[in-house]
Design a protein around this ligand. Structure first.
Ligand code: XCC
Ligand code: SF4
Length: 637
């Protein structure tokens, strides 16, 4: 066995060794076979937008093709490719948001989907001027959902949720024509402008990308978060466990994987069904053990404490344990590799979304109108599969870590409120947070988010960066697969205070929180936006003035490109651990990592080394503190 050096997670190492013994391939094997990535692709210099091409150009080589056949320069080709990635990410997040809005639109008092957070619904109704007096709550819900659904295609005006943005930021966007229109329109505009022979100005293309990205963070994603909270409840802190050690030898193991909570919420209900529990007993299992992967895990752990089996890079490994009866998926971040892989074990691979059929998988279409019945049918399939488990093949690593999850903006506020305030503000307040930042007890805050990417040692980018930040009194908020890395590494337990600097440790103790806060799935980065926006409002400064930074150390998806762009366009400097495919254009690199700052007050940094990135992030935080006239000296904690 050659030395394993691709993950800091012990379960990952152990299961890859098992896979090798069984002749099973994983993403790391395929990565190895891939060898060096295509240089043109890596730099963004391959264009296949029309059939005169594909055109691969090498402008820096000084020989060979300097331009595409149509005459597109490196700047144009790189910019077009980049903004198409943004459109892809925006489309994906927003379509998720739209689906959830549709679910609210069909919610019924006696249906499968009900309203869990009336307060949030009523406050959104008020925000959108939907009448509430003397109306049935479900009528209100349906109208609010309709308003949201119209945000996707309305012919005029910009998005309603942009009204949540502090004045200073609105002004930045107004002055620079960055306010997006309807969500779908932003996607269409990019697809149109990047067609052969349309927009050929890198700066303008990047501008379009930035504008569109805001329709993700402050549009589709935010709708996804708001409506999920209304339907399934706004998260509150709760305990869970994370890593593949959550699988149980003597139970039916079911993994939900993907993104939209409309499926997983019903599975959560179905596994508690007495008849199905009885059936599990009948097939010889002690019970049904539900756990999650990727963002679906985040959705159900935030609201129900469902255990986290692992993050993106571990989806194959879960199957390789030989102990999983079913992997149930909906949309996004699902390896097609799961289909042949599950055939090597007894695991049933069940797809449920018409948007994500995967050949070789069992497709049980999840019909929202009959949601619970569909969910029960799916769970039943899993239970009946228990008897096919090959005990010889089972290996469940012992490793798992306790974690506290569920930090929505509301729960952060009420947690702060409990300690510091005498309930002056019935909604809770961020004032204590603003105060400790002002005083320098906390130097600032960082959002560390994003995926796994085999270009980075699995979880290493996330964990080393987070540890450095909290050690330096920077509180970390996190979502997505980064959050799962943190949970697995124990950074979301109260004991993790020992990794924090003196100031942060004191705050954690007073407020009774871990130093790294789980804020949800990737669409829930909208929660982070709201947190930053409220903090800016409280301090009466622009969002870009705050000692707040963002990072995606192991990102890989188009969604992440869209996220990074809306975070920067919202005024928050963002560090990427993996370079996006833009290095083929010095002009585009300059726009993203330099010139953006003059326009939106923030820019991208590309830094694969988490220690260096942490250093730069802390320096940036201190610069912002100084500019705000906040204390430079270490405050007495
Ligand atoms: Fe996917 Fe959302 Fe990335 Fe994880 S973090 S690999 S996008 S599941 Ni969103
Ligand atoms: Fe080549 Fe231009 Fe067609 Fe792209 S759009 S493939 S650069 S000819």
């Amino acid at each position: 066995m050659e030395e394993k050096n691709f993950s800091i997670d012990p379960t990952t190492e152990a299961l890859v060794i098992k896979a090798e013994k069984e002749g099973i391939e994983t993403l790391w094997d395929r990565k190895k076979i891939m060898k060096t990535p295509c240089g043109f692709g890596e730099e963004g210099l391959c264009c296949r937008i029309c059939a005169m091409g594909p055109c691969r150009i090498s402008p820096t080589a000084g020989k060979g093709a300097q331009k595409g056949i149509c005459g597109a320069t490196a700047d144009v080709i790189v910019a077009r490719n980049l903004v198409r990635m943004i459109a892809g990410g925006l489309a994906t997040h927003s379509d998720h948001g739209r689906d959830i809005a549709h679910v609210l639109h069909m919610a019924k008092r006696d249906g499968n989907y009900k309203i869990a957070d009336e307060k949030k619904l009523l406050s959104l109704a008020k925000e959108w001027e939907v009448a509430t007096e003397n109306r049935d709550i479900y009528d209100i819900a349906h109208e609010v959902a309709e308003v949201a659904l119209n945000e996707f295609g309305k012919p005029f005006g910009s998005l309603r949720l942009l009204e949540r943005v502090p004045e200073q930021r609105k002004q930045v966007w107004d002055e620079n024509k960055l306010k997006p229109g309807a969500i779908d329109k932003e996607i269409v505009t990019i697809m149109h402008s990047t067609h052969i022979g349309c927009c050929a100005d890198a700066k303008d293309l990047v501008h379009k990308g930035m504008r569109a990205s805001l329709a993700d963070g402050w549009g589709g994603s935010m709708i996804g978060t708001e409506f999920s909270d209304i339907l399934f409840g706004s998260p509150v802190p709760r305990e869970t466990e994370a890593n593949l050690g959550v699988l149980e030898e003597d139970q039916v193991n079911i993994i939900v994987h993907g993104h939209e909570p409309s499926l997983s919420e019903m599975i959560v209900l179905a596994v508690e069904d007495p008849e199905l529990l009885q059936l599990a007993k009948e097939v010889g299992a002690k019970g049904i053990n539900l756990s999650g992967m990727c963002c679906t895990a985040n959705e159900v752990t935030m609201r129900h404490g469902v255990k986290i089996a692992g993050n993106f890079a571990q989806q194959e490994l879960a199957v390789i344990t030989g102990a999983v009866e079913a992997v149930i998926v909906d949309v996004q971040c699902i390896f097609p590799a799961l289909s042949p892989l599950t055939k090597c074990y007894h695991t049933k691979f069940i797809t449920t979304s018409p948007k994500a059929k995967i050949s070789g998988a069992t497709h049980i279409e999840f019909e929202e109108e009959k949601a619970l019945a569909s969910a029960k049918q799916i769970v039943k399939e899993a239970i009946l599969n228990f008897k096919n488990r090959d005990k010889e093949k089972v290996f469940i690593p012992k490793t798992k870590s306790p974690a506290i999850v569920g930090y929505s903006v509301e729960s952060i506020k009420s947690q702060l409120d409990k300690v510091v305030n005498s309930h002056i503000d019935p909604m809770g307040t961020l004032k204590p947070l603003a105060d400790v930042i002002k005083a320098g007890v906390l130097r600032g805050a960082a959002g560390v988010v994003g995926c796994n990417n085999p270009k980075v040692k699995h979880d290493y980018g996330h964990i080393e960066l987070m540890k450095e930040l909290i050690k330096n009194d920077v509180i970390v908020v996190t979502t997505g697969c980064a959050a799962q890395a943190a949970a697995k590494a124990g950074l979301m337990s109260k004991e993790a205070r020992k990794f924090a600097g003196k100031g942060l440790a004191t705050v954690c103790e007073l407020v009774d929180i871990p130093p790294v806060l789980h804020m949800g799935s990737c669409v829930d980065i909208s929660r982070i936006l709201m947190l930053v926006a409220e903090l800016a409002e409280m301090l009466d400064v622009d969002m870009s003035a705050l000692p707040v930074v963002g990072a995606a150390p192991e990102w890989m998806s188009e969604k992440a490109v869209s996220i990074g762009t809306y975070v920067v366009t919202s005024g928050i400097d963002t560090w990427l651990g993996v370079a996006p495919p833009v290095t083929g254009s010095a002009a585009v690199v300059d726009l993203l990592t330099n010139k953006a700052e003059a326009v939106v007050g923030a820019r991208f940094y590309i830094e694969p080394d988490p220690y260096k990135a942490a250093q730069q992030m802390i320096e940036r935080i201190e610069e912002k503190r100084e500019a705000l006239g906040l204390s430079l000296a270490e405050a007495e904690a």
